[in-house]
Design a protein around this ligand. Sequence first.
Ligand code: FAD
Length: 382
Amino acid sequence: MGNCLSRDDSKTNSYSPVALAVGESKSFNGVQIVPEPVYNWHQTEATTIISLDSNYKELRPEDVVINVSNGVHLTIVVYLGSMLYQLSGEIYATVSEMSVDFIDGRCDVCLTKFEVSHWSALHGGAPLAVKFAPKKKFEMMYCSCAVKEVRQVTHDTKMFLVEFPSLAYVCVPLGHHVFIRHVAEEYEIVRPYSPVVNLEGDRGFEQGRSILLLIKIYPSGSLTRLLAHLAPGDSIEVSRHEGTFTEECFHHTDTLFLIAAGTGLTPMTKLIRRFLEMGESKQVKLLCANKTEEDQIMERELTALQESSHARFEVRHTLSQSSATWSGLKGRVNREMLQEVFNASEGKEIFVCYCGNLPFNIMMRRILRGFKFPEDHCHLFG
Ligand SMILES: Cc1cc2nc3c(=O)[nH]c(=O)nc-3n(C[C@H](O)[C@H](O)[C@H](O)COP(=O)(O)OP(=O)(O)OC[C@H]3O[C@@H](n4cnc5c(N)ncnc54)[C@H](O)[C@@H]3O)c2cc1C
């Protein structure tokens, strides 16, 4: 973490620590009690380091979101199951750089002071506010991000590389989404988007510092008709992440079956990459549903991945309005189409994820119920 030298113990916070060991949690009347994180801080002349002990050894980079807006307004959010911990408020003086380290359940946020000086407290005006409560009791946090690149992907979808400010850290977990907000004089538009990864080469973004969004533009859509005009150098407001998916749910599965309609493919890209990385025994089958050939997203990347995957990744496409030359599956996703795939995977434990528009999701839920899939072997992104 660079030049973090001496610890100034007199500046530790007085927030009451919990009497649980790292990684331990207790339950009371069957309700899991999540221990509350504690924070501490120390400084050198050049840096201030905030150490946040989450009490969870398994704390991952994606469990922490940080933003220091205008160099002085600090927000640190820690995701702990159904609970959020938030430390927020104005810090003593302006900072110009930030780096983050994770060690055994502790998160160290190292802030470089704009001016070399000694801080007599961590906070500026009022003491920093601490809130530890169920997720739904928090307002969404947004930060202004820079659009770095825009690329037309199909006739109506665009890829946006969006960079968080240098004093922000947002690492979106697998299967989670962010919100984009547009605030006009009299109204506010907020829509969720699932960050994607490149399926070939590097991920296409820098973990924690940027995200890649693939967005379908609706000419009459409230938000996307505005996003259609974004160019490199413009800014957009992006939230911290949200979602219910946890990677653990498919750890014991050998076959992941993904059903995506249109831009429902977006959460699947990360899943495909991550699942294939988990071991040679893992297989992914993807069924993409679109209207026409022109609507197919990332088709070249998916085909290339299939060819290089040694039969561990298989993609099928179905079109509801196919041309005479189309040789893939035809029609909307239906029971028979899924039956064929499930039969081919007989004897294997399957985990199914699906994502599309509302009518598609309702239809998929009905079909999957018909197959008597255990609820905990299915996940809907939506
Ligand atoms: C968890 C989640 C993740 C998502 N991730 C992505 C993603 O990665 N990429 C992506 O492109 N999208 C994604 N979406 C969809 C996205 O959030 C927006 O819904 C989408 O971008 C449309 O927003 P909009 O404001 O432009 O359109 P809206 O104004 O919401 O309208 C969408 C379309 O419906 C039409 N419409 C609106 N109201 C009506 C009505 N009453 N009757 C008939 N038609 C109507 C509009 O004309 C437009 O064509 C995701 C959705 C969810 C829930």
